[in-house]
Write a protein of this length. Structure first.
Length: 271
């Protein structure tokens, strides 16, 4: 089964003791491409995921500052992000957005930093990866005002809202990505959204080390487990898991203009 994990935090300290083994297990599970999210622990380490993208041909990365840390942002951080965004393995900006569930940063500051990063992403011509929790009305408003006109689109990561909001995102050029929480017994609403959307607009992810799928719930998540998301959503759509995985992988490659790696992840892991 060919898989792409469109959102994983492989720089996280939870992988400190066995990170290369985690990456090897992903390759063995069929993950051919992985997007390592570069928000890291915060503005003090803006290149958190870049070393892993440089070390593995099939791993790409992003740059950005999560809304949790918006209150820490200085102009120096924004300048550094703009510099890092020119790296050839950086293919998107994020995750950025709004989080009204935790409110670690004031909401007005979150929106200001969100807008500042969108402007930098526009200049860099990079799509954006959106984090949105309990803030969908404001998030979609800002995207409509500031981002839709760019035509660059992006990914609504770990989608948790309604089919109506998903369709608004698609109209603005976004792909809708589903994570391990879509496998939970009480998450029928997410599976209903995944069933209702056009397959060409869907991605899958782990958001590891968070949100382990139901089979691994309570454990550390890792990129290999994206196969569980594929199996669950394939069943919802009455498709073979292999077909669903291949179609979502194709969506990712098409959106980011990526070809198959010249060396497969599995082959690299055997070196």
């Amino acid at each position: 089964m060919e898989l792409i994990d469109s959102h994983a935090h492989i720089d996280d300290e939870k992988f400190a003791d066995d990170r290369e083994e985690v990456i090897a297990r992903a390759a063995a599970a069929g993950v051919t491409t992985l997007l390592a999210i570069g928000t890291g622990p915060g503005p003090e380490k803006l290149d958190a995921a870049l070393p892993f993208a440089e070390a593995h041909e099939w791993i790409y990365t992003t740059v950005g500052i999560h809304p949790h840390e918006a209150r820490e942002v200085t102009q120096g951080h924004l300048d550094e992000l703009a510099r890092l965004a020119t790296h050839p393995k950086v293919i998107a900006w994020g995750e950025i957005g709004l989080d009204y569930f935790y409110d670690h940063s004031p909401r007005d500051v979150q929106e200001r930093v969100f807008q500042q990063q969108m402007e930098l992403a526009r200049v860099a011509k990079l799509p954006i990866i959106i984090h949105c929790r309990d803030a969908w009305a404001d998030c979609l408003r800002v995207l409509e005002e500031m981002w839709r006109p760019t035509g660059l689109g992006g990914i609504l990561h770990c989608f948790t809202s309604t089919v109506e909001d998903a369709r608004l995102g698609i109209e603005m050029g976004f792909l809708i990505s589903f994570a391990g929480n879509s496998t939970y017994p009480k998450a029928q609403n997410l599976r209903d959204v995944a069933k209702a959307l056009p397959l060409e607009n869907i991605l899958i992810e782990t958001d590891s080390p968070y949100l382990a799928p139901q089979h691994y719930r309570g454990k550390r998540n890792e990129p290999a487990y994206v196969a569980e998301v594929a199996r669950t959503l394939a069943s919802v759509r009455d498709l073979p898991a292999e077909e669903f995985a291949a179609r979502t992988a194709g969506n990712f490659r098409r959106f980011f203009h990526l070809s198959q790696p010249s060396m497969s992840a599995a082959a690299e892991s055997q070196r």
